[in-house]
Design a binder for this molecule. Structure first.
Ligand SMILES: [Zn+2]
Length: 229
């Protein structure tokens, strides 16, 4: 027992497998979605924690991740990508607008500089031009929405688990900066799309897990209010 780290169950087949309390203070919150035929890791931390994160993902999913969905190319979300692909052979999926930062290991646009880290280049196996989906098997899928705002190629994803709609919304709260290519007007549209989903659970990248649906709605509304001044 002691301080042994365990994946944290969020819903059937869905666990938190990385984050400041679980893997490294520099990591975003990372999630594993385990379906019948695919296991999707949603973001992968800043890099140094990749082996620990993978261990938790294996504990949660039984087998290695088949896909790594990068919600955007900031180091705290994407730093472990190259190492995790090397160890598992998983497919890296992201939006086309983040592909160059990942392929070149751009330490400025990935904010790696700010963390005192370096982004190991990891060209994607699949670069989406808009929305997309990952087949989880047995008629289930992880739907992917292009939600620009924080960065041009920011993505969110959602799936059904135990009859509940779970939304993975990383850095939904921003922050917004010219160096990130942020676009507040686009972000408002992206928040509107997220609200339309009426998710029961929001698994956020830094703020934790929100539920039920009313709490998800409140959080999204609050972000709109904070950023409308
Ligand atoms: Zn970010």
């Amino acid at each position: 027992m002691g301080d042994a780290k365990m994946p944290r169950k969020i819903a059937p087949g869905i666990h938190m497998v990385g984050g400041p309390d679980l893997t490294d203070p520099r990591d975003c919150l990372c999630y594993l979605v385990a379906g019948a035929s695919a296991r999707v890791l949603v973001d992968c931390g800043a890099g140094p924690s990749a082996p620990a994160l993978l261990e938790l993902a294996m504990a949660a999913g039984g087998d290695p991740p088949t896909h790594l969905l990068i919600t955007h190319a900031h180091i705290d979300h994407a730093g472990g990508a190259a190492e995790i692909r090397r160890r598992t052979g998983c497919r890296i999926v992201l939006h086309q607008a983040e592909a160059e930062v990942m392929a070149t290991g751009d330490d400025t646009r990935s904010a790696a500089d700010w963390y005192g880290l370096s982004l190991e280049p990891a060209p994607p196996d699949q670069a989406l031009e808009g929305d997309g989906a990952i087949d989880l098997g047995q008629g289930q899928e992880l739907a992917i929405l292009h939600t620009p705002g924080h960065t041009p190629g920011s993505l969110v994803a959602w799936c059904l688990a135990g009859g509940q709609k779970v939304l993975f919304g990383q850095d939904v709260h921003g922050p917004f900066a010219p160096a990130f290519g942020s676009d507040i007007a686009a972000w408002r549209g992206s928040i509107a799309r997220m609200m339309e989903l009426e998710a029961d659970i929001l698994a956020e990248g830094h703020y934790g897990v929100f539920r039920p649906a009313g709490e998800v709605r409140s959080f999204l509304r609050e972000q709109l209010a904070i950023n409308s001044a």
